[in-house]
Design a protein around this ligand. Structure first.
Ligand code: MLT
Ligand code: ZN
Length: 473
């Protein structure tokens, strides 16, 4: 029996090698290694074969073969996910990294069509070369790829102005589990021709098919970005500042991020060449970015808004970035909180959202809850106040067994945090997705009717359940 299985896999690998050529497959453990563990080092999996198609036709050929052999498939982009969705658990691993062509930039249509393996920083550069902006921006942008960003409906630090990946996609091309190719690469802003199928694949985490290319929206490049780092006494003050900034800038706030004292301290400790832009004993900082169409008057808008905030005691102090280096330092601090937190040790992570009007209440009540349930634990609540998405992470008390904390002892606290989120009409996964990590919880938190509809979609597109099994559903 075991030998039969081994023979079948060997035959499958031989046929895949013939179909895609030697460059298109690998069984080399050294090459496979980074593909079978997540970047935080929390999950490690396995795969019988790494498949590296270089074109949609090759993805189709690979998927057809997997279907013939009844083998499950794990599609992978930059493998920078947070919820154990992209690490294979014995499935055939299809990496999109060789599919990195720019198919078209249609400047007059403000759109570009990129293959799934294009890295986000590259996508931003392509837009920039055409005097346009591709606004998705997040910590993992140096590794995250278009296909993965679509499959996880990535968020990041520009969502309050430009939306999530779902809002940035005009069309997609995907290969279905049976190998058929769906070309939905339409560059249309208006297209009311029945169900909008692309939305099924956006945020599906590879459970319905493999996204191979996408037509993405481009935006005017702002003439100037004004960046400031303000200190505030509480999350409530941060939310008040957000309202003021939106009003005073005519909706030009592109990022609005909250940084807690402990998060900043961890960055200063673990990330080389970082320094505090505005030392203070206050517990919170806010990073604000305005994107403006004209250099003239831009600084005045920022200064006027911050002056009003100081006068009405919404903020305690503020530093406006005077140079690109100062802006880069503020962003380096913000983008490295998760990295510094990882260097600090393991943490219970919650990627939650509530209506912006309830962010402050959530942070206050969540923090009190964590301290009450686990004295000595620290809360690091940071992130995207501007769109109501807080990363609410809890580190174990000093000396506690970290593995035991994240896998066992801390779990009642996680449930309590998510219960609080449910009571505030929030989401238990704002931007990181479900993966394997939150799959079981999703099933009981969502209504039966919602789960039934999701399962029906899955059955319709992937009747054999071979696409990224065990993730999401
Ligand atoms: C972030 O906003 O920094 C990321 O989503 C990472 C995290 O939640 O840890
Ligand atoms: Zn985030």
């Amino acid at each position: 029996m075991a030998d039969d299985h081994g023979d079948r896999i060997a035959q499958f690998i031989a046929r895949m090698t013939t179909a895609l050529g030697p460059k298109g497959v690998s069984t080399d453990p050294v090459e496979i290694e980074p593909h079978i563990q997540d970047w935080r080092g929390r999950w490690k999996g396995s795969t019988p074969l790494l498949v590296k198609p270089a074109s949609t036709e090759e993805v189709s050929a690979a998927m057809t073969l997997c279907a013939e052999y009844g083998l499950a498939v794990n599609p992978q982009g930059g493998n920078s996910g947070m919820v154990n969705g992209s690490v294979p658990e014995g499935e055939v691993l299809i990496s999109l990294k060789r599919m990195n062509k720019v198919r078209e930039v249609d400047v007059l249509n403000d759109a570009m069509t990129l293959e799934a393996g294009v890295i986000l920083t590259k996508a931003q550069e392509i837009a920039d070369q055409h005097e346009r902006l591709f606004p998705l921006s997040l910590g993992a942008q140096g590794v995250a790829m278009v296909g993965g960003l679509i499959s996880t409906n990535a968020g990041g630090v520009g969502v309050l102005r430009y939306g999530m990946m779902r809002d940035l996609v005009l069309g997609i091309e995907a290969v279905l589990p049976d190998g058929r190719v769906w070309n939905g690469l339409r560059g249309l802003r208006k297209d009311n021709t029945g169900y909008d199928l692309k939305h099924l694949f956006i945020g599906a985490e590879g459970t319905l098919g493999v996204v191979t290319a996408a037509t993405l929206k481009l935006f005017p490049k702002p003439a100037v970005k004004e960046t400031a780092w303000a200190t505030v006494a509480s999350p409530q003050k941060a939310v008040e500042l957000l309202q003021l900034a939106k009003k005073a800038s005519g909706g030009a706030v592109t990022s609005f991020e909250i940084v807690p004292k402990l998060g900043l301290e961890l960055v200063l400790k673990h990330i080389p060449d970082t320094r505090d832009p505005l030392p203070t004993a206050l517990p919170w900082r806010v990073l604000i970015e305005l994107s403006l169409p004209r250099i003239d008057g831009a600084r005045e808008i920022m200064e006027g808004m911050l002056g009003e905030a100081l006068e009405s005691e919404i903020i305690a102090d503020v530093a406006i970035c005077e140079s690109e280096a100062q802006k880069a330092m503020c962003w380096k601090i913000r983008e490295n909180i998760a990295v510094a937190e990882k260097a600090h040790g393991k943490a219970l992570k919650h990627d939650v959202s509530v209506p912006v009007s309830r962010v402050a209440e959530f942070i206050e009540r969540g923090t009190a809850l964590a301290h009450q349930m686990q004295p000595g634990a620290d809360v690091i609540a940071f992130g995207h106040v501007g769109d109501g998405n807080i990363h609410f992470n809890i580190t174990p008390p000093a000396g506690a067994d970290q593995d035991r904390f994240v896998e066992q002892d801390g779990l009642p606290m996680s449930k309590a945090v998510h219960d609080l989120i449910a009571s505030l009409n929030g989401s238990i996964s704002a931007e990181h997705g479900i993966g394997r990590l939150k799959r079981d919880e999703l099933a009981w938190r969502k209504s039966a009717v919602e789960m039934d509809m999701m399962r029906a979609v899955k059955r319709a597109l992937d009747p054999d359940g071979r696409m990224n099994p065990g993730r999401v559903l």
